[in-house]
Design a protein around this ligand. Structure first.
Ligand code: URA
Length: 201
């Protein structure tokens, strides 16, 4: 994993200064975890603290972990894009924005490598960005959420197949309250899947 981070750092160092856009790597159990959780990109707190899913997103994650009866350190948590995508308003205030095409193209091959390094028992994607990084742009979380599917992850000709369980991004529930029940039901299905496959007791 350290070698992966070093290679990733030296690649992105050639594109932009690290102090301007610090990389936020994955963390947790990086050797055969029962779950690899993949989010979209770091936000402000993640970028400041250098850790994925802290601050407000971390609170959402606590609910997720509780529902599936796992601790943060039992799973591996990462993002597709490992720098904070920002926009600057005319007044100069900085806010988050969705990752753009270029960022996705640059970071997705590193995500595939990360998956093959970590060898998770199950990949859980949060939201469309993470799902599409694995399944292509036609896949939508609306069509795939709450059920096991499979994804092929190819790195330099080596293709591996992983079970994948797509979920809505917890942040999207804040904007669309009608998804609350759907998300809760999906978490129950995920827990059932993990129990059945030996991920949790
Ligand atoms: N924080 C993260 O690290 N990832 C997300 O997708 C959202 C917030």
């Amino acid at each position: 994993m350290e070698q992966f981070k070093r290679r990733c750092r030296s690649f992105f160092d050639t594109l932009w200064p690290a102090e301007e856009k610090p990389l936020v790597f994955g963390e947790g159990k990086c050797d055969h975890p029962p779950v690899m959780l993949i989010g979209e990109a770091p936000g402000e707190q993640e970028s400041l603290q250098g850790r994925p899913f802290v601050g407000k997103a971390g609170k959402n994650l606590d609910g997720f972990l509780q529902a599936i009866a796992l601790r943060r350190e039992d799973i591996y948590i990462t993002n597709v894009v490992k720098v904070r995508p920002t926009r600057v308003s005319a007044r100069g205030s900085v806010s988050n924005r969705p990752p753009n095409r270029e960022e996705l193209l640059l970071f997705t091959p590193f995500l595939y490598e990360e998956i093959q390094l970590v060898q998770p028992g199950l990949i859980v994607t949060l939201g469309n960005v993470a799902l599409q990084a694995l399944m292509g742009p036609q896949a939508t979380v609306g069509a795939f959420h709450g059920e096991e599917t499979e994804t092929n992850v190819r790195v330099q000709g080596r293709e591996e197949r992983y079970p994948l369980f797509p979920l809505y991004h917890p942040a999207s529930i804040i904007y669309n309250r009608s998804l609350t029940q759907v998300y809760q039901d999906d978490l129950r299905s995920l827990r059932a899947w993990l129990t059945l496959h030996g991920g949790v007791n």
